[in-house]
Design a protein around this ligand. Structure first.
Ligand code: PHE
Length: 355
């Protein structure tokens, strides 16, 4: 019968000499189900009770000692491996930093932020509506009946299916947000609603998906003077030009009466366009006094309340302010374009401005 002390001496020496893989092999070979110590335990059955007790205790102690030795050695080897790795991976602080390009704010997000900030200062609240509308909210409530030519002019995308018996459309303008707001809110109302809009159209100044911002003010005793003052202030703030000429031209929209188109002054010289006092005019937005029919459609009494509304294309005003020549490039996701026309997300620390 094998001497327990001899087995102990041999095993402990092998543990001390093993590497990490060797330790695992040892554990299986000695302590595993088919291992040597397990086999020695089985041999106990053939001994008389006294000898069995003695040898049994010695084998249990051996088993525990070997298990502990294995674990100690494993921890020591793992620690040594980590130390060696840390030693090898020491960071060299004298190396130059890796170039890392900060992300840029997309010009359309920047334009929305600017527009919302300016109207926010004038006391406008932010409103939103869904991209998928029903044709009553996009057209009918806005005094555009089914046979009205505006439905064709807007090159509407109709969707399959309907909601409450109404056809579904991708909204052709942000004006349905006016309708939703009036239906859900008591006047006075003063909202600004930027968002995506859709028309089947594609060239340098049109894209099937684009952005508009809608404004709606409902109050008592409102008139065209308020509309003119509000939009002139906005345009001068947005284009950062106190002396920006602003012109209101009579126009037609089914949902406003009277309606106007607004032009701003500019100068076209040798292929460049400069916004500000000059000989030329540039059309920039549509507006008007909310048609009493629309107020009535939305549950507001036109004998008590008046309103004005306006809508403009966000790409268009962004292109004009930041000199972007083609509207389609807004949605091509070309990183070179975004790096060129995009805006810094945070003010970058610099030697001039400090942190
Ligand atoms: N919804 C109009 C358009 O898309 C713009 C507009 C809005 C005009 C509000 C007047 C009042 O052309």
């Amino acid at each position: 019968m094998q001497d327990v002390d001899a087995v102990r001496g041999e095993l402990l020496a092998r543990v001390e000499a093993a590497d990490l893989d060797g330790l695992e092999r040892l554990r299986v070979a000695e302590l595993g189900k088919k291992g040597r110590i397990t086999a020695l335990m089985k041999d106990l059955a053939g001994l008389d009770p006294d000898a069995r007790r003695l040898r049994g205790a010695a084998l249990n102690a051996l088993k525990e000692e070997v298990a502990n030795a294995l674990e100690r050695r494993r921890t020591a080897l793992a620690d040594a491996a980590i130390d060696a790795r840390l030693d090898g991976e020491r960071v060299d602080l004298s190396l130059p930093v890796r170039p890392e390009r900060p992300g840029r704010i997309h010009p359309i997000s920047q334009t929305i932020d600017e527009v919302v900030a300016i109207f926010g200062e004038m006391g406008f609240a932010f409103a939103e509506g869904p991209d998928i509308e029903d044709d009553w909210t996009n057209f009918g409530a806005l005094n555009i009946p089914p046979e009205h030519p505006a439905r064709q002019e807007m090159d509407t995308f109709y969707l399959p299916g309907e909601r409450d018996g109404r056809r579904l459309v991708l909204r052709t303008h942000t004006s349905p947000v006016q309708v939703r707001t009036m239906l859900n809110q008591q006047p006075p109302i003063r909202i600004i609603a930027p968002g995506r809009t859709y028309r089947s159209d594609y060239d340098a100044t049109h894209s099937p998906m684009f952005h508009q911002v809608e404004g709606l003010v409902i109050d008592r005793d409102l008139h065209m003077g308020h509309l003119k003052g509000c939009l002139s202030d906005f345009l001068r703030a947005y284009f950062a030009a106190e002396d920006l000429p602003v012109r209101f031209r009579p126009s037609y929209f089914p949902f406003t009466e009277p309606s106007a188109e607004v032009d701003i002054g500019c100068a076209r010289e040798g292929g460049t366009l400069r916004i500000g006092p000059g000989r030329d005019w540039l059309e920039i937005l549509g507006c008007g006094m909310v048609n009493p029919v629309v107020l009535q459609n939305c549950g507001i009494d036109p004998s008590q309340w008046q309103g004005f509304a306006f809508g403009m294309g966000l790409e268009r005003i962004g292109m004009l302010k930041y000199g972007i020549p083609d509207l389609r490039t807004f949605f091509e996701s070309d990183l070179r374009w975004l790096r060129h026309y995009g805006f810094a997300a945070l003010d970058q620390p610099s030697l001039v401005t400090g942190l």
